[in-house]
Write a protein that binds this ligand. Structure first.
Ligand code: IMP
Ligand code: MG
Length: 423
């Protein structure tokens, strides 16, 4: 397979979990390089549904190694629980198939509390975060006051550092009108999680470089999506990590020239959770998809906002990530429609835009320009190969691939492994 970076080309929830699970068959190692347990990857195997937040989806396949890289932020208590949950579902999780970077930063209870308080303070201007403490944890990392996995494995050092950090953060929480957190309780809970995680922790950079030398193939599983990227997304309505292809390198220590291809995953339409501009948002389409029981968040259960396929956004995602190939998911979500809109350009006043403006206030003012394609009005979920799809569904896929400027590689017509068409 070669080393592949998989990214979300939209606002997250593109169905990456399923595509990653599918591609993992050909990979030896699956690497997470950014984000935290704000992510929710849903994978259905043999009728059982698994929702993964921090552990790479590769864990569901025996013999695959999973790595949580330095760029990820880890809530040790949450990840220890996720491991327990997987084990209860008879999934093997040992140090033979999971490794966690000692440099990964920790998400602590004060990060979650701060996330919540800042959102509350923002009122109507809130970001709509997952409240998992992701922003404050990355904030501490950049401010050089974060605690890392390596600290957690040294109880005395960790206790002292945490005490000092909690004094400062409790003062901030108090100033924001929130209750301070109990230092003893937090320390005890985290040290216990640290004990459970200790066997997995090590230098993942060295591990990955040895694997490169041995010719083992890697899949870098992106979390969130391009327009939630801290640099390239619809700032400030973004997450706090680099969700785009470059993040796979910085977040793992694997250099750019060892990456062989970038696969962009996108829905056949668009969705977004949380606040922020969304030019092709469409209420009717949202209602239809929610009515089918689709498009509810895997992490927070929130109903996702839905809209038409946005080629302006995806074109830009192709640029930033260097997308070579695309996987289009949720094609079956459009099965019932008589006609389908695709946004090819934006109008901003008199100007026609090929790529989105960087400023979200400008983006909010953009009017999508649509092209209308005929729907296929037939179920697609049983199609096993491209030729099995209705002609109009084939044309729709070809058109969005064409607009995206990348090669159509995979089309997904349902949540199961066997509902995946490879071209
Ligand atoms: P945070 O990452 O929890 O700080 O949330 C920031 C923004 O990113 C919010 O709009 C979230 O809804 C969104 N977000 C974070 N993680 C995901 C994800 O895995 N899928 C989709 N949206 C996400
Ligand atoms: Mg998700």
């Amino acid at each position: 397979m070669s080393n592949t970076i998989l990214v979300g080309a939209q606002w997250g929830d593109e169905g990456k979990g399923k595509i990653i699970d599918f591609l993992t068959e050909e990979a030896d190692i699956v690497v997470r390089s950014q984000g935290g347990n704000n992510a929710g990857h849903t994978v259905i195997v043999g009728g059982t549904k698994y929702v993964l937040h921090l552990i790479p989806s590769g864990i569901l396949r025996p013999q695959k190694m999973c790595v949580i890289g330095n760029g990820v932020v880890i809530d040790p208590v949450a990840v220890a629980k996720e491991i327990e949950g997987l084990r209860a579902a008879k999934i093997k999780v040992t140090k033979e198939n999971l490794m966690i970077s000692e440099c990964a930063h920790l998400v602590l209870p004060y990060h979650r509390a701060l996330d919540e308080q800042r959102e509350r303070k923002k009122g109507k201007g809130k970001i709509g975060t997952t409240k998992r403490g992701i922003g404050p944890a990355y904030g501490d990392k950049a401010a050089r006051v974060g605690l890392r996995m390596a600290d957690l494995l040294q109880p005395e050092l960790f206790t002292a550092k945490l005490k000092q950090r909690m004094a400062e953060n409790n003062a901030v929480l108090k100033a924001l009108g929130a209750a301070p957190l109990n230092v003893k309780q937090v320390t005890a809970a985290y040290l216990e999680a640290g004990k459970a995680l200790a066997p997995f922790v090590g230098n993942t950079v060295v591990f990955l470089h040895e694997a490169l030398k041995a010719g083992r193939e890697m899949l870098f599983e992106g979390a969130q999506g391009t327009f939630l990227d801290i640099d390239h997304g619809t700032y400030p309505y973004v997450t706090s990590s680099n969700t785009t292809a470059g993040g796979a390198c910085t977040g793992s220590g694997v250099p750019p020239h060892r990456m062989d291809r970038v696969l962009g995953v996108m829905k056949a339409y668009t969705t977004r959770v949380g606040e922020g501009p969304f030019p092709t948002e469409n209420e009717e389409l949202s209602r239809m998809l929610h009515g089918m029981g689709r498009e509810f968040g895997a992490t927070t259960g929130r109903a996702r906002r839905c809209g038409w396929f946005d080629a302006v956004a995806v074109r830009y995602a192709g640029m930033i990530n260097g997308i070579d190939e695309i996987a289009v998911t949720n094609l079956d979500g459009l099965d019932g429609l008589e006609s389908i809109k695709v946004c090819t350009h934006y109008k901003l006043g008199k100007k026609t835009l090929e790529v989105p403006p960087s400023d979200f206030l400008q983006l909010e003012k953009c009017q999508p320009v649509y092209e209308v394609l005929p729907g296929w009005e037939r179920p697609t979920h049983e199609a096993k190969k491209f030729a099995d799809l209705p002609k109009r569904a084939q044309e729709y896929l070809r058109r969005i691939a064409d607009l995206s400027g990348a090669k159509l590689r995979i089309a997904s017509v349902g949540p199961n492994r066997d509902q995946t068409i490879v071209l």
